[in-house]
Design a protein around this ligand. Structure first.
Ligand code: NAD
Ligand code: UGA
Length: 458
């Protein structure tokens, strides 16, 4: 019989890796195994060159690795050995068939569930860590119950709320941990085991238990509402540009209302990341499936507004650079979808590069952590692209700098030196409103922030 305290996580990605590393770090009496079919990824988890960049993660991994944290590609043996199995495989948007472009592609999840059924030799608790459509647990339960071996599987939902770039902090000190179960006595027992695991370091009052459907839905709704705030403030940034109101002042004044709150009200070139768009479209698909077209349209608008903001940004570049950027070198500062990560999934920089390429601009990209991913993302793009190892190379003979990501280091560059290397008139389009606009203007730049009056010499 496997030990009650042997935990397996299937999927060693952005969620599985950090989550399990923190659990291992906090719960010395549990053995944590992370398994993935991707051999290269598993190999790098065992070195100091982790497959993802996340501040503080290497230290956590190093403390636990080899003690009670193990990585393997032998998923089958690990299934046999564990009594609790978290499933943290990817659940991308479906690109084919029914629901293409909106519904979740659950093939990886289903394969994993079938694999668990095939390999298991004892009862297991199976925990949905991936973000899944509401009522997936039901399908999972049916697949798992189809076993002919008389084994019992309890399906729980324990969605993850970590954000990239702050994953370790979010895991060590979460706002809440959500665990949903089936409401049966066996389900309650299973919930208690997962509560006990988290209670090793998370205060009990922050561990919320619900029914499994509420848990699945809460994850989609949390992401939808976070993205909705960004689309709301971005829509107002467009309005500010027409009326001389200042988006930073509006954000501050609005956010000081304690009912609204100040977080997630930074206007930007658009939200990115692997999940916001995917999860909202999944919610939209489910609303359509349950015949709630008005609700579906309401949430879809959050994604449409984001695309509008990205296009609007490029239009602003084009119009203010004399309606032509053809053969002009445009330096992109940042390619990651947010600061402190090398992840570029759904980064606004991808779509913006495509729009710049349509205008036949020359694109020069610098990002402290995401250059390799940028190369991968733009591999098929018919464009003149220069991947640069420093911002100073990127601006060589460039006409404009576009701030794509809010990396802190962008604030501290020697902009006088950058200005000298650029063609004149030189432009800055600050897609994150992070720079000192007055200072740039005094150096000689024409500065276009978001949702604020431009500072121009020409
Ligand atoms: P990811 O792509 O980084 O990692 C998923 C991993 O699963 C990959 O390494 C893949 O090789 C592995 N995998 C796929 N099928 C497998 C199988 N049959 N057996 C073993 N391994 C398999 O994805 P991610 O970003 O970690 O996201 C995972 C889930 O968590 C998604 O549902 C996502 O929506 C959700 N989520 C992500 C974040 C985030 O910040 N990235 C935050 C919260 C929730
Ligand atoms: C988001 C959620 O914050 C997590 O809670 C959730 O677990 C995760 O999605 C997920 O399910 O994948 P993440 O995408 O990693 O986390 O990063 P966020 O900090 O939410 O940023 C998302 C995007 O919104 C970034 O492009 C960021 O730059 C942008 N953003 C954020 C803004 O444009 N303005 C803001 O005020 C805040």
């Amino acid at each position: 019989m496997p030990s009650e305290k042997t935990v397996l996580c299937i999927g060693a990605g952005y969620v599985g890796g950090p989550t399990m590393a923190v659990i291992a770090d906090k719960c010395h009496d549990y053995k944590i195994i992370i398994a993935d079919i991707n051999e290269e990824k598993i190999n790098s988890w065992q070195t100091d060159e982790l497959p993802i960049y996340e501040p503080g993660l290497l230290e956590v991994v190093k403390r636990a690795r080899g003690r009670n944290l193990f990585f393997t590609t032998d998923v089958n043996s690990a299934i046999k050995e564990a009594s609790i199995i978290f499933v943290s495989v990817n659940t991308p948007t479906k690109t084919f068939g029914t629901g293409a472009g909106k519904a979740s592609n659950l093939q990886f999840w289903e394969k994993t569930a079938r694999n668990i059924v095939e390999q298991a030799e004892s009862d297991k608790i199976v925990v949905e860590k991936s973000t899944l459509p509401v009522r997936t647990a039901e399908a999972m339960h049916r697949i798992l119950s189809s076993n002919q071996k008389g084994l019992k599987f309890e399906v729980l939902s324990n969605p993850e709320f970590l954000a990239e770039g702050t994953a370790v902090k979010d895991l060590q000190d979460p706002d809440r941990v959500l665990i949903g179960g089936m409401g049966t006595p066996e389900g309650e027992k299973a919930i208690q085991k997962i509560v006990d695991l988290y209670a090793s370091w998370v205060p009990r009052e922050k561990i919320v238990t619900t029914n499994v459907w509420s848990s699945e839905l809460s994850k989609l709704v949390a992401n939808a509402m976070l993205a909705q705030r960004i689309s709301s403030i971005n829509s107002i940034s467009a309005f500010c540009e027409k009326t001389d109101a200042n988006i930073k002042e509006v954000s501050k004044a609005v956010g000081m209302d304690s009912r609204i709150g100040s977080k997630f009200l930074n206007a930007s070139v658009g939200f990115g990341g692997s999940c916001f768009k995917k999860d909202i479209l999944n919610l939209v698909y489910l609303c359509e499936y349950y015949n709630l077209p008005e609700v579906a349209k309401y949430w879809e608008q959050v994604v449409l507004m984001n695309e509008f903001q990205e296009r609007r940004f490029v239009q602003k570049v084009l119009v203010n650079m004399f309606n032509s950027i053809t053969e002009k070198r445009i330096a992109l500062f940042g390619f990651a979808f947010k600061a402190d990560t090398g992840d570029t999934r759904e980064s606004p920089a991808i779509y913006i590069s495509e729009l710049l390429a349509e205008e036949k601009a020359e694109i020069a990209i610098y990002d402290p952590k995401a250059i390799e991913n940028a190369k991968f993302d733009l591999a098929g793009l018919d464009a003149d692209i220069d991947y640069c190892s420093s911002p100073y190379t990127a601006v060589e003979n460039a006409h404009a700098i576009l701030i794509m990501t809010e990396w802190n280091e962008f604030r501290d560059y020697d902009y006088k030196k950058l200005f000298e290397k650029m063609k004149k008139p030189a432009f800055v389009f600050d897609g994150r409103n992070i720079l000192d606009h007055k200072k740039l203007y005094n150096i000689g730049f024409n500065v276009y922030p978001l949702g604020m009056a431009p500072l121009t010499h020409v």
